[in-house]
Structure formats: structure tokens, C-alpha cells
Design a protein around this ligand. Structure first.
Ligand code: MN
Length: 365
């Protein structure tokens, strides 16, 4: 599959459009100079639109895949979100909710790098996107994003990716210190692997996502080799330092400007719950201090939803076994469809999904 879907038939028009976005560009360069990664200026292409903007049906894909890392419990993420009341809460937003539960071979295949059933996720995501649904893929570990994004991108060929995470997940089998595939899906998607490992025939080694179409928010734990690859790439990075320095609102605006300067591409959010500070989201396998607050992560979700071009979302690394007990008290403003007593990380993950899907605040403006 080609990395970009560009047409160069109208170069004059393209240049004209680019001149109109000069207000944003210098700002981007200024921010990036102090970020972990510098990015060359984007040459924006004309975009092939293949998407439907129908988000009225949310296709929940239960992707309890856990073999990309060693910690037990993360396979229970989809069940935990469902038993928290997610389906009813999504329906409360006026959307249909459909549900697919996938089953994977047992995690005793670890340590490894083969597919072990990820292809099921790719096919489910592709089918849901083809049907015009919002593709909500719930992990499982972050390995599942290789498959969900591959599936979404095969339908929404112009898609750009907002990867919210403490980690870049951009190692290759050659650079990974742990060998855990959940630290590699971004690299795999961008075509940084020398070759696709056995079982990944559905994800070509040349990748499916152009580097210029992926932006990170929230990074704070990056391996040295990974940092070098990111620095040498055209990926855009906003670390936690950037969030501290300019605030989440500007980070989100600049992130979208970087991957979608013309504001017309489909957007996919890949949300690793470990992007959030472990103070608020302790129920995850690779915690890193100094993360996003619940307000900040929900802000990202809300703003991406408000583009009306958000076509898919991953919620990954929610591990109910590692979570703290839930609060039996409810507060005014809590979503009434979510059950009282849900454990904090699961509850926050559900609230992030709802923030991405909730248009009701738009009508208040
Ligand atoms: Mn991750």
C-alpha cells in the first residue's frame, strides 16, 4: 500500500492553500526546536477523500490481546469497560453501539513477535470502518494498534494518527531493549521494520502510515535508539515538557496542524492509558510519573471529537488487575450510565471514550 495518497494534478492550487496557512507554520517550527524531535516542514498534498463521516454507530472491537508484553490482566480491558457500563453510556449520547469480542491464543506464546491473532483486529476494524462506523478498538496491550490502525487506514486512506502515550512505541525488533511487541507498533506502522515478522503478512514492511501523519502527545519515557530514530524522522513529538510549557490546548492545536495542515483528513486517536499520570491511572503495566491529568487527556479526546473527522480510537493498556479499588461515591456530573464503584483507571478510560464521542458541549457554545 502506498504511504501517501497524493495527487499532484493541481500544483497551483496547492501552493495557494499553503500560503494561507503560514500563520501556523512558524509557530510549529518554534515549538519543535525545543521538542525531543525536530520535524521538517510539511509539504501538504491534496487529499483523496474516501471516508464517510458517519459516527452514529460505534463499533466496539474487544481486542483483549496481551501477548505483546509480559504482565497479566491487560486482556481483561474490554470486559472491564463493558461491565463499567460503556455501551449504555455511548447509547446515552445518541449513538448505536455494536460489539465484537475477539479471542486470542493464550499469552504463553510470549516472548515473541509473531501476530498471534492480531490480524483478526485488522479485519474487524476494516469491516467496521467500511460500514461507516466509528471504530473503537479496546485492548489489550498497545500491539493492537498495529492492527486497528492498519484496518482503519485501509478504508480512510488519508488518516492521520494522534498517538497519546508515555512511550513512543517506536522500537523495532533490532532496537527494542525488551523485545516486547507493544513497544513497536508505531515503528511497524511507519515502515521502520526491516521486514514484517512471521504472521504479519497483512502489515507490509513498508508500513501503512506516513511519518508526517503521526504525532505524539505526552511522551516522557523514550529509549535512546528510539529517540534517535524519531529525531531522524518526520514524526512530530509533543512531550510532557511541551504540555507543561505551552499547555494542552496549544499542544492539541499544533499537533493537528502538524499532521493535517488543511484540516481535512480523517483522524485516529491511539490512547495508551499510561499517558495519564499513575496518580490517576494506576491500573496499567508500564507506569511513568509526570503524566497527563484526567482533565488534559479528556481535553485531547474532546478536541479530536470536535474536529468531526475522528473516525477511530484505540484505548489500550488498561489492566484491571493492577487498578485500585473503585470509589463507591458518585459525584454530580458523573455519567449516570457508568456504574458506581468502577475502578479508577477503567472509569477514566470509559470517560475518555465518551469525551471523544460527546458532541453535546458543541451546542452550548
Ligand atoms: Mn503505548
Amino acid at each position: 500500500m502506498p504511504k501517501t495518497h497524493a495527487s499532484h494534478t493541481k500544483p497551483k492550487q496547492i501552493r495557494k492553500i499553503q500560503r494561507s496557512s503560514v500563520v501556523v507554520r512558524p509557530q510549529i517550527r518554534k515549538i519543535q526546536r525545543s521538542s525531543v524531535v525536530e520535524r521538517p516542514q510539511i509539504q501538504e498534498d491534496t487529499v483523496v477523500h474516501t471516508r464517510s463521516t458517519n459516527r452514529s454507530t460505534v463499533a466496539f472491537i474487544g481486542a483483549g490481546f496481551s501477548a505483546g508484553q509480559p504482565t497479566g490482566g491487560v486482556a481483561e480491558g474490554p470486559a472491564a469497560l463493558l461491565s463499567a457500563g460503556l455501551a449504555g453510556a455511548v447509547e446515552g449520547l445518541g449513538r448505536r453501539f455494536t460489539q465484537t469480542e475477539l479471542v486470542f491464543p493464550s499469552a504463553d506464546l510470549y516472548p515473541f513477535c509473531p501476530d498471534a491473532g492480531l490480524h483478526q483486529i485488522k479485519h474487524s476494524a476494516e469491516a467496521a470502518a467500511s460500514a461507516g462506523c466509528f471504530v473503537l478498538t479496546v485492548g489489550g496491550d498497545h500491539s493492537i494498534a498495529a492492527a486497528s490502525i492498519c484496518g482503519v487506514a485501509s478504508v480512510h486512506q488519508d488518516v492521520c494518527i494522534v498517538w497519546v502515550d508515555a512511550h513512543a512505541d517506536a522500537n523495532t525488533p533490532a532496537t527494542s531493549p525488551s523485545g516486547n511487541y507493544h513497544g513497536m507498533p508505531a515503528a511497524h506502522l511507519m515502515g521502520w521494520f526491516d521486514k514484517s515478522p512471521p504472521g504479519f503478512e497483512w502489515l507490509p514492511a513498508e508500513g501503512v502510515i506516513d511519518e508526517r501523519r503521526l504525532v505524539y502527545i505526552g511522551l516522557r519515557d523514550i529509549d535512546a535508539a528510539e529517540a534517535k530514530m524519531l529525531r531522524d524522522s518526520r514524526v512530530t513529538v509533543f512531550t510532557m515538557h511541551d504540555v507543561d510549557r505551552i499547555g494542552i490546548a496549544q499542544v492539541v492545536e499544533l499537533a493537528l496542524a502538524a499532521v493535517d495542515p488543511l484540516r481535512q483528513r480523517a483522524v485516529h486517536l491511539s490512547l495508551d492509558i499510561d499517558a495519564v499520570d499513575p496518580l490517576y491511572a494506576p491500573g496499567t503495566g508500564t507506569t511513568a510519573t509526570g503524566g497527563l491529568t484526567p482533565r488534559e487527556v479528556k481535553y485531547v479526546c474532546t478536541e479530536l471529537g470536535r474536529t468531526h473527522r475522528l473516525v477511530g480510537m484505540d484505548v489500550v493498556e488498561v489492566n484491571p488487575d493492577l487498578d485500585l479499588p473503585g470509589d463507591s461515591r458518585s459525584m454530580h456530573g458523573d455519567n449516570p450510565s457508568l456504574n458506581v464503584g468502577v475502578t479508577p483507571t477503567v472509569k477514566l478510560a470509559a470517560e475518555c471514550v465518551l469525551a471523544a464521542l460527546d458532541d453535546s458541549l458543541d451546542s452550548m457554545r
